[in-house]
Ligand binder design. Structure first.
Ligand SMILES: Cc1cc2nc3c(=O)[nH]c(=O)nc-3n(C[C@H](O)[C@H](O)[C@H](O)COP(=O)(O)O)c2cc1C
Ligand SMILES: O=C(O)C(=O)c1ccccc1
Length: 389
């Protein structure tokens, strides 16, 4: 086993271990992947001020997200089909998160169901909702999340229609994998993955049983999403879901200050500044670029979280310094999970924690509450994109 010192090490092991169709599903953005790439590269436009001779003893990365204690302000983002990256992936990731003291978010489009995860964990997790046309389904799944003791509802607003991802269409992405000659040839080289997968009965979308008919390969997944997801979801419906749920609410997929204001008006505990990891609107700005104006617009009204492009503790530090209260990792934990299961998720979190801690210290700060803009040096290009009206 190679020595793992950074998230990129996990990605490389993951790529070798997991079938190509699931690796590509994770490691891609929509269309030209411009937004996907810039989510990462825009962090490079922010540099750090080195400060010295500051007492940096007794440091801590602990904080809270929506009032809940976290050992590190990094939650696991909702990731559909996580159970295809590793057998029982959602259960393993949830267990790693609860042991580490950070929130785990279960996707509506997960392989393991809400009940599967609840049975194998001891602390509450968060549930991410996609709103379907069938209101009865929405009512029932919200009730299931309540019954399982979920401690927040993360309502995703940026995917009522699935962005087109070329690789998924070309690979015929499906769960379980469709046995085309190309897929069989690739699966034959993924023994470790396959043997574990055969040991679990959880190989389909178990949250949406009864609604999953017609989910086949990627082109039918797109058609199915278009058929099932409610395209008329608007702020009025968001308000109704808030009422139906009645607990802590996080609105995910906000990338514009005007939408952030509407989210604050509807009333929520936090918003997630996110472009879905570059998987939806290609050409949208990176999350880190829009963060400052969203903080300015609603920072005093709601808690602000950020995801998309976080691959290190330095990325986390930059988001916090620009005003986010917490962050989420999507791919960074999937790399760990695919590479080495539960231990890999822990390794991903620990890698990020160490990077955050060391960077904080070298910037002369002792805890995440001391992070602010004063510690950053920002490239003039960072503020380059402006509306013309
Ligand atoms: C493979 C994959 C599947 C995803 N599935 C979901 C999902 O089911 N629900 C959701 O709200 N977001 C989903 N997302 C988006 C993530 O929650 C998150 O916004 C994104 O991964 C953050 O970017 P990062 O991967 O660069 O950290 C998915 C992301 C990936 C990579
Ligand atoms: O892949 C995704 O990003 C995602 O959120 C999703 C949405 C619908 C079906 C499957 C995955």
């Amino acid at each position: 086993m190679p020595v793992i010192t950074e998230i990129e090490d996990l990605r490389r092991i993951y790529q070798r271990r997991v079938p190509k169709m699931f690796y590509d599903y994770c490691e891609s953005g929509s269309w030209t992947e411009q937004t996907f790439r810039e989510n990462e590269s825009d962090f490079d436009l922010i540099r750090l001020r080195q400060r010295v001779a500051v007492d940096m003893d007794n440091r801590s990365t602990a904080s809270t997200m929506i009032g809940q204690d976290v050992s590190l302000p990094v939650a696991l983002a909702p990731v559909g089909m996580t159970g295809m990256q590793h057998a029982d992936g959602e259960i393993l990731a949830a267990q790693a998160a609860e042991e580490y003291g950070v929130p785990f978010t279960l996707s509506t489009m997960s392989i393991c169901s809400i009940e599967d995860v609840a049975e194998k964990t001891t602390k509450p997790f968060w549930f991410q909702l996609y709103v379907m046309r069938d209101q009865d389904f929405t009512r029932r799944i919200i009730q299931r999340a309540k019954d399982a003791g979920c401690s927040a509802l993360v309502l995703t607003l940026d995917l009522q229609i699935l962005g087109q991802r070329h690789k998924d269409l070309k690979n015929g992405l499906s769960a379980p994998p469709k046995l085309t000659p190309a897929n069989i040839a690739n699966l034959a080289t993924k023994w470790g993955w396959g043997m574990e997968m055969l040991r679990t009965p959880r190989r389909q979308f178990r949250n949406i049983v009864g609604h999953a008919e017609g989910v086949g390969d990627a082109s039918s997944l797109m058609a199915w999403t278009a058929e099932q997801f409610d395209p008329s979801l608007d702020w009025g419906k968001v308000a109704k879901i808030k009422e139906m749920w009645g607990g802590p609410l996080i609105l995910k997929g906000i990338l514009d200050a005007e939408d952030a204001k509407k989210a604050a008006e509807v009333g929520c505990d936090a918003i997630v500044v996110s472009n879905h990891g570059g998987r939806q609107l290609d050409g949208a700005l990176s999350s880190i670029r829009v963060l400052p104006e969203i903080v300015e617009a609603v920072g005093d009204k709601v808690e602000i979280h950020l995801d998309s492009g976080i691959r290190s503790g330095q990325d986390v530090l930059k988001a916090l310094a620009l005003g986010a209260r917490g962050t989420y990792i999507g791919r960074a934990f999937i790399y760990g999970l695919g590479a080495m299961g539960k231990q890999g998720v822990t390794t991903a979190l620990d890698t990020i924690r160490k990077e955050l801690d060391t960077t904080m210290a070298l910037c002369g700060r002792r805890n995440v509450h001391e992070l602010d803009r004063d510690m950053l040096l920002i490239d003039q290009d960072f503020h380059r994109w402006r509306r013309t009206t």
